[in-house]
Design a protein around this ligand. Structure first.
Ligand code: IPE
Ligand code: IPE
Ligand code: MG
Length: 248
């Protein structure tokens, strides 16, 4: 087997990681706890993951916190999740701010309560000056909603709906597409996450439930990513060829 050249190897650390944080409910069920206890532990896991990603030089982290379809869960779970989000914001934003992490919420806001809308805007404003890792929290987000809202925005402005224009109108237009998409919890599906942006993301599925996804589990995902060859439609030989530009 040919040794992989530096040119064909992806940068060791993905610039942008996206995560479907799945498995909180099962984590709680295994402990005979209510599902919300799993979500609470999921927030702790997210804190740890944010720190670990920032330490490893990741530039953007995008996490799926609540999907457009999660409204269909039992009302007490939905209200528990809303309450947890409000509490987590109040508690975590000062630390994010201190660490230079810029928080953005991605998703449909119109149907959220006034209190929630204000909370999200406040949290974004409080971290807006952050120059470190970008943290995108997908909340009331759906990949289909994202594509539709981008198209609707272009149509309303009378702009042609081209691929580039759509890409620029998507909710994550401020960051490059995810290099690595991780889903914890054992399911191997996208569940209406970043449908447009994950066209060429490397997919990594972990059986670990989100509350148990620790630094070692993250490093395993990063090692798997580093061993992948991203070809973007080209051949292996092409991506292995030394870059065209002469070294300076
Ligand atoms: C993911 O964990 C968190 C949310 C969807 C809010 P789940 O709550 O889906 O956990 P499982 O899949 O039931 O274990
Ligand atoms: C995806 O997980 C949504 C989030 C992690 C926020 P789900 O648990 O909602 O996905 P399905 O229902 O198993 O596909
Ligand atoms: Mg789930």
């Amino acid at each position: 087997m040919l040794a992989r050249t530096a040119a064909s190897r992806p940068a060791a650390v993905p610039r942008h990681i996206a995560i479907v944080m799945d498995g909180n409910g099962r984590w709680a069920k295994r402990r005979l706890l209510p599902r919300i206890a799993g979500h609470r532990q999921g927030v702790e896991s997210l804190r740890r993951c944010i720190r670990a990603c920032a330490e490893r030089g990741v530039q953007a982290l995008t996490v799926f916190a609540f999907s457009s379809e999660n409204w269909n869960r039992p009302p007490e779970e939905v209200s528990g999740l809303m309450e947890l989000m409000a509490k987590a914001l109040a508690r975590e934003v000062p630390e994010l701010r201190q660490n230079g992490i810029r928080l953005r919420f991605v998703g449909e806001r119109a149907s959220l309560s006034e209190r929630m809308k204000a909370g999200l805007a406040e949290a974004e404003a409080a971290t807006a000056a952050g120059t470190g890792m970008g943290l995108n929290v997908c909340f009331n987000y759906g990949g289909r909603w994202d594509i539709a809202q981008a198209a609707a925005g272009l149509a309303a402005r009378g702009e042609p709906i081209t691929e580039a224009a759509l890409a620029g109108a998507m909710a994550l237009a401020h960051v490059p597409d995810p290099d690595l998409l991780i889903r914890t919890g054992g399911e191997q599906r996208i569940s209406n996450f970043l449908l447009w942006q994950c066209a060429y993301s490397e997919l990594y599925f972990s059986d670990t439930l989100w509350p148990d996804f620790d630094e070692a589990a993250l490093d395993e995902a990063l090692a798997a990513y580093a061993a992948r060859e991203r070809r973007f439609g080209q051949t292996s030989e092409q991506v292995a060829a030394p870059p065209q530009a002469a070294a300076g």
